[in-house]
Design a protein around this ligand. Structure first.
Ligand SMILES: [Zn+2]
Length: 261
């Protein structure tokens, strides 16, 4: 790990150039031949976990990707299952985290499985979800957002319809996506649970970094004792420390990754 630590300053310097390239002879050269982007896509918006996740990301100057349910903070919210029983954050928290540079994106109106209900009903729930975000989350624009399907459950019909509503969707599919390019809309991901995911995440990232360039999207949930397939906060801290010291690795939320073409 020593060489990784030594290269950390160099990597940060390169990232600081903004276009994830290096200046050479006055031009920016993309390092796509080695580029590995990692997005940890945190779902469900548990209050305690989200605050802690943001703090850990901030320690490394990074933006977290947090996907929240439009109504989970309301008293009448019906738990979709036992893995949602922890208090969810509200839009005061989401506005604060967004202001601090984190990505806050929709993860459904009430966390229904949109694959199991009629198309019109699923459309209605997505519309209601986007309406809540437009009203409650400062500067939210549906057409610039990522819709993160609850349970990563989507249908081709819903996906096609969403092309005219949002910038991108995250749903089930290959976890290693192609590097961001113009027109990339459907983002696949991997998730693991219901128990602690530390080892699975470690293994998934190691394999990804040994492979060809790409964009790994790993769908995480809560930290420590919260949510389905939780991640230990200490492990997240150690992981980000290690990854920010590795060359050609970028930890990005979805929109900055899409913008980094
Ligand atoms: Zn969820």
């Amino acid at each position: 790990m020593n060489s990784e630590k030594l290269s950390r300053r160099k990597t940060i310097k390169i990232l600081g150039l903004g276009a994830f390239g290096i200046l050479a002879g006055g031009s920016v050269i993309k390092q796509n031949s080695k580029r590995h982007i990692i997005t940890l896509s945190f779902d469900d918006g548990f209050e305690k976990s989200s605050i802690r996740t943001a703090e850990i990301y901030e320690k490394y100057g990074l933006s977290a990707c947090i996907n929240v349910i439009a109504t989970a903070h309301q008293d009448q919210f019906e738990l979709p299952n036992e893995y949602h029983k922890w208090p969810a954050g509200n839009f005061n928290l989401w506005n604060d985290l967004k202001k601090r540079g984190h990505e806050i994106m929709p993860h459904g109106y009430k966390h229904a499985n949109l694959k199991d209900i009629p198309f019109a009903q699923a459309q209605d729930l997505i519309n209601k979800c986007l309406e809540v975000f437009s009203k409650e989350l400062k500067d939210f624009k549906a057409e610039e957002s990522v819709f993160n399907f609850p349970f990563n459950a989507s249908t081709p019909e819903l996906e096609n319809w969403l092309r005219s509503r949002v910038r991108a969707i995250r749903t089930s599919g290959e976890a290693v996506n192609p590097l961001p390019h113009k027109g990339l809309f459907r983002i696949g991901c991997i998730s693991f649970g219901p128990d602690n995911i530390n080892n699975h995440l470690e293994k998934t990232i190691s394999e990804f970094l040994e492979g060809p360039p790409g964009w790994l999207v790993y769908n995480t949930h809560g930290l420590d004792d919260e949510g389905w397939g939780p991640l230990s906060s200490g492990f997240l801290d150690e992981l980000l420390d290690r990854l920010t010291g590795a060359e050609n690795v970028e930890i990005l939320p979805v929109i900055p990754a899409l913008d980094s073409v």
